[in-house]
Design a protein. Sequence first.
Length: 237
Amino acid sequence: MKLAPHLHRLGNDIVASYLVDTDEGITLVDAGLPGHWNDLQRELEAIGKTPADIRGLILTHGDSDHVGFAERLRREHGVPVFVHAADAQRARTGEKPKTPMGRMKLGATLGFFGYALRKNGMRTTYVKEVVEVRDGDVLDLPGAPVVIGMPGHSPGSIAVHIPAADAVFVGDALTTRHVLTGREGLQPAPFTDDPAEASASLERLAALKASWVLPGHGAPWRGSPADVAAAVRAGTA
């Protein structure tokens, strides 16, 4: 789905990843679930591109619902997969601490896990080879993505700022639709390793200039990143 010039979303409000299309090629942010491979092919066809135009895939963190088709893209098309060094092991193996699920509503929770099943979420292939990145890196990829360290949801969670797309991609640093309750609006994401650290990390978005704040779960949010931290904290009320 096209959101704006250069900017496309794969998936939906349950699980989403993003495609940035420039004259220099394509940068992907996150890889959703394995079944989103077909969504990627359809979006590429719609814009007259192929996997050969993809220069790199950046993971906002190493959880399975963001790793999705990453290894297939790397293996079949040689696309490098970038992830923060602190989440490299998670992206390669799926190893992560258990976190409490917290508050749930049956319909929303079943909807999330049902969607994951339909998109082959139980068949995740983790990434055999990754390129490790760190906070502050400017990647040599279309749109010159900037890595913003956002530890909390996971140790290596990042936001990705791509000025060419007028967007900052936040992964699970926040959500606009809680996958376990269905509640909409800016709020903390579930399954977070360290909620206090995740909340503090939101302040790092304040200096960024963008019109889109794009989470891995929930509707795209239009507004200044400077307003995000207060809005997410208000969403806990």
